[in-house]
Ligand binder design. Structure first.
Ligand code: FDA
Length: 392
């Protein structure tokens, strides 16, 4: 039987960070994961360069039943603190766009930094180790693992969400929460491509691979980023972002014009002769394949010179306010994150400890805190991991 002060379930971003912090305080820490390697999602994130934080962290960029819950941890361990840690480790980084920070080299540098810091602080790491039940044992807990039972004063659940089961994601953390009577917010895939019905796909199939700078909106929420048509439906950063807000049955509105005024461009072309096909005129605003698709969708015939103002308005609306109703999403198979999770009502915002179960903590993605695309989710993992690491 192994005895430690704190056992951390999951060696992802949040778990490694909590482990480092607690071990640096002199606590006996054990981090356990069933995967063969630690920090696998860090390694593959950001196209292999890890978008590890964002310069512009704000509460409204996190989805949660209580969006203010995350603020305490995010303010106590900020993006600047994490940047300082990378600087101290000699890991070079750059801002790509919209405040998003990436490693110059490779995401593996971050994984190596974290596992090195954990080892240097004296924390233990058991990889390839299945986890079983977590039960109360006197003032502490007993955790069953494939390497035998572990007794610990504190248990930190950092097993992430359900996204990408192929990479070892399980619903384990939610089950532990339920076994201690803690409430959950409904989970669903987020930051995920959206799918279109077969009939719609038939119309858009020629567009597969076409990307435009534009925007996607749902209600009052709008993201000005790229939209990509795929053989399954829609993807690209604007779509991944809006997927966190979209619900089945809802339409989303796309602006496909990349900042141009389609109406003005069409009128100007009509004025200067206009004996060109509508698709040719539209191709000044959007890629050629998309121009052809929009012409067909408009139901208009004839060339540009034949079109009255109302027809041009109709075309411009198709470009700027293109309504489309996805039928679903690609699901957890490709979702970057899981929306929902352990209810923030159940947790102390300062420490991440379950209010009703002293000694039990939840950090990272397993909690009902989900960031936008752009480094927000890793910052939540660092900040919530740090918060728990100060007290376990
Ligand atoms: P995480 O999922 O990282 O770690 C959980 C750990 O628990 C895993 O190691 C897993 O093996 C282990 N585990 C799960 N169940 C277990 C069980 N039953 N027994 C034992 N161990 C178990 N975010 C961002 O901010 N910037 C980015 O660039 C990206 N890019 C990105 C790309 C892709 C493809 C994905 C899928 C996700 C991202 N993300 C991201 C999101 C980011 O990866 C995510 O928010 C964090 O990894 C969450 O960190 P956690 O430590 O909470 O969970």
């Amino acid at each position: 039987m192994t005895e430690v002060d704190a056992i951390i379930l999951g060696a992802g971003a949040a778990g490694l960070f909590a482990g480092i912090e607690a071990a640096r305080r002199g606590r006996r820490v054990l981090v356990v994961d069933h995967a063969k390697a630690a920090g696998e999602k860090i390694r593959i994130s950001g196209g292999g360069r890890c978008n590890f934080t964002n310069l512009d962290i704000r509460a409204e960029r996190f989805l949660s039943r209580n969006p203010h819950f995350a603020l305490s941890a995010l303010k106590r361990y900020t993006q600047w603190d994490f940047i300082a840690r990378l600087d101290a480790a000699g890991i070079a980084w750059h801002e790509k766009t919209l405040g998003q920070l990436f490693c110059d080299g490779s995401a593996t540098q971050i994984v190596q930094m974290l596992t090195r810091h954990l080892a240097q602080a004296g924390g233990m790491l058991w990889l390839g180790t299945e986890l079983g039940a977590v039960t109360r044992d006197g003032p502490g807990f007993r955790v069953e693992t494939a390497r035998g039972a572990v007794m610990a004063q504190s248990v930190v659940v950092a097993t992430g969400g359900k996204s990408i089961p192929k990479m070892g994601a399980t619903g384990y953390g939610y089950r532990i929460a339920e076994s201690f009577g803690l409430g959950l917010e409904e989970t669903r895939p987020a930051l995920v491509p959206l799918t279109l019905a077969a009939q719609e796909l038939e119309r858009t199939k020629l567009l597969s691979g076409t990307a435009v700078t534009g925007s996607a909106s749902h209600g009052r929420t709008r993201f000005d980023e790229a939209v990509l048509f795929t053989h399954r439906g829609l993807s690209g950063p604007a779509i991944l972002q809006i997927s966190s807000y979209w619900r089945e049955g809802d339409a989303i509105t796309l602006d496909l014009a990349g900042g141009q005024d389609a109406g003005a461009v069409l009128r100007a072309q009509r004025q200067s002769g206009g004996r060109i096909a509508l698709r040719t005129a539209l191709a000044r605003v959007v890629p050629e394949k998309l121009a052809r698709y929009l012409e067909e969708a408009s139901g208009l015939t004839g060339n540009l010179a034949d079109q009255p103002n109302a027809a041009l308005d109709h075309l411009a609306a198709l470009v700027h306010a293109h309504r489309i109703t996805p039928v679903g999403s690609e699901g957890y198979r490709t979702a970057e994150v899981t929306l929902g999770g352990v209810s923030t009502d159940m947790l102390d915002a300062r420490t991440m400890e379950a209010k009703a179960v002293p000694g039990l903590y939840f950090i990272g993605e397993v909690v009902d805190v989900t960031g936008w695309l752009g480094g927000y989710n890793f910052q939540w993992a660092w900040s919530s991991g740090w918060a728990a690491g100060q007290v376990i």
